[in-house]
Ligand binder design. Structure first.
Ligand code: ZN
Length: 341
C-alpha cells in the first residue's frame, strides 16, 4: 500500500484572473515546497476520477450545473468574488475528480493517506450556487461518491479552513451519513457557522460549528481539537475522515486575522491522523481549500504532508509575532455545554 498519494491539477493555470487571490501560484508554491522537502517525487500522482452523473446531481442542482457551464463558456463571473474562464468548467470537474480519486484510493486501501491539491477550491459551493472562489464542492462530491458507489455509511468532514464551509454544511445539512465539523474565524465571510447551527431535520446534531474570534491561535485550535472535535468524532465513529484544509488560518495570511502557526496546523492533522489510525482503519484524506500567502501555503503544506507521513518537520516561519487572545475560551466552554462534552 502506498503511504501517500497526491492529486495535482494538471493545467489548472488556465483558471485565473489577474489580481485575484485565488491564483495558480498557490498550488505551484505547495508543489515546490513538497518537492523541496523530498516528499513529492516519491509518491504517486492520481488522475482525476470520473464523477458519476448521479453523484454530481445529488450534490449540485442541475440548473446550477447548466448555468455554470454556460458562464464558463463566456468566462463570466458566478458572483462578485468568483470568476470563471473558458477552461474553468473542465478544470473544476478535474478538481472534483481529483478529490474523488484521493478519497477512493484511501477508502479502497490502495493508499494510507490522500492529499488532493484541489483547485479551484470547493467548500463554499452550495447545492444550487457556486460562491467564494468555489465552483463545484470537491469534498462533498468525494464524500457522496463514497456513499453512493462504495457503500460508505458514516463519514466525517472536518473543515479547518479560515472560512466556514457553508457549502459542505448545506449539502449535508439534513443528513446523518456525513457529520460536518467546522472551525473558522467569526465574524467573517460567509457569515454562517454559528455555534448553534447543528443541522436540520434528520440531520439535527450532525453539523458542528466552532466560530473563533479574531486573534485566536495555536492554543485555541489545540483546545478545539482535543476538547471538541476529537470527542465528537469519538461519539460519531466515522469510517473515514475527509479534511478541508485551508491555510488562510496562518498568521501571515492576508484574508484572515487568526494566528495559527504552520507547526500547530501540522499538529492538528497529526491528531486527526492518529485518531483515524486508532478508530477508522487509518482512513484520512485532505483536500485543499483556501490560503493566500504563498510562504504560509508552502510551510503549512509541508506540515500537513509530514503529519500524514508521520515524519519530523521544522517550521521555517515560526509562531505568530503577536500573542493570541483569550476570547475563544468562552466559545469552547459554550460549545462543550451545547454538545454535552
Ligand atoms: Zn478560506
Amino acid at each position: 500500500m502506498q503511504p501517500l498519494v497526491y492529486f495535482y491539477p494538471e493545467g489548472h493555470e488556465a483558471h485565473r484572473q489577474a489580481g485575484h487571490p485565488e491564483r495558480p501560484e498557490r498550488v505551484e508554491a505547495i508543489k515546490a515546497a513538497l518537492r523541496q522537502a523530498g516528499w513529492w517525487e516519491d509518491f504517486p500522482k492520481l488522475a482525476a476520477a470520473p464523477i458519476s452523473p448521479e453523484v454530481l446531481q445529488t450534490v449540485h442542482h442541475p440548473a446550477y450545473l447548466s448555468m455554470l457551464r454556460q458562464t464558463c463558456q463566456r468566462g463570466g463571473q458566478i458572483d462578485g468574488d468568483t470568476y470563471t474562464t473558458p477552461a474553468s468548467w473542465q478544470i473544476a470537474q478535474q478538481s472534483a475528480g481529483g478529490a474523488i480519486a484521493a478519497a477512493l484510493a484511501v477508502w479502497r486501501g490502495e493508499a494510507q493517506r490522500g492529499m488532493a491539491l484541489c483547485r479551484p477550491p470547493g467548500h463554499h459551493a452550495i447545492h444550487g450556487q457556486g460562491m467564494g472562489f468555489c465552483l463545484l464542492n470537491n469534498i462533498a462530491l468525494a464524500a457522496e461518491t463514497l456513499i453512493q458507489n462504495e457503500a460508505a455509511q458514516k463519514l466525517a468532514i472536518v473543515d479547518l479552513d479560515l472560512h466556514h464551509g457553508n457549502g459542505s454544511e448545506e449539502i449535508f445539512w439534513q443528513r446523518q451519513d456525513v457529520f460536518f465539523l467546522s472551525v473558522h474565524q467569526s465574524p467573517l465571510y460567509p457569515f454562517s457557522g454559528r455555534l448553534d447551527e447543528t443541522g436540520g431535520g434528520r440531520g439535527e446534531g450532525y453539523s458542528a460549528n466552532f466560530p473563533m474570534p479574531p486573534g485566536s491561535g495555536d492554543e485555541a485550535y489545540s483546545k478545539v481539537m482535543d476538547e471538541l472535535i476529537l470527542p465528537l468524532l469519538e461519539r460519531y465513529k466515522p469510517q473515514m475522515i475527509l479534511v478541508s484544509y485551508g491555510f488562510d488560518t496562518h498568521w501571515r495570511d492576508p484574508l484572515g486575522s487568526l494566528l495559527l502557526s504552520a507547526r500547530a496546523y501540522g499538529q492538528l492533522i497529526s491528531r486527526l491522523t492518529a485518531w483515524a489510525d486508532a478508530h477508522a482503519g487509518g482512513r484520512i484524506s485532505v483536500f485543499l481549500e483556501g490560503g493566500y500567502d504563498l510562504e504560509a501555503a508552502a510551510a503549512c503544506s509541508q506540515a500537513v504532508a509530514a503529519a500524514l507521513l508521520g515524519r519530523p518537520w521544522d517550521d521555517p516561519l515560526g509562531p505568530a509575532p503577536e500573542s493570541e487572545g483569550t476570547l475563544w475560551r468562552k466559545m469552547v466552554a459554550r460549545a462543550r455545554s451545547l454538545w454535552n462534552i
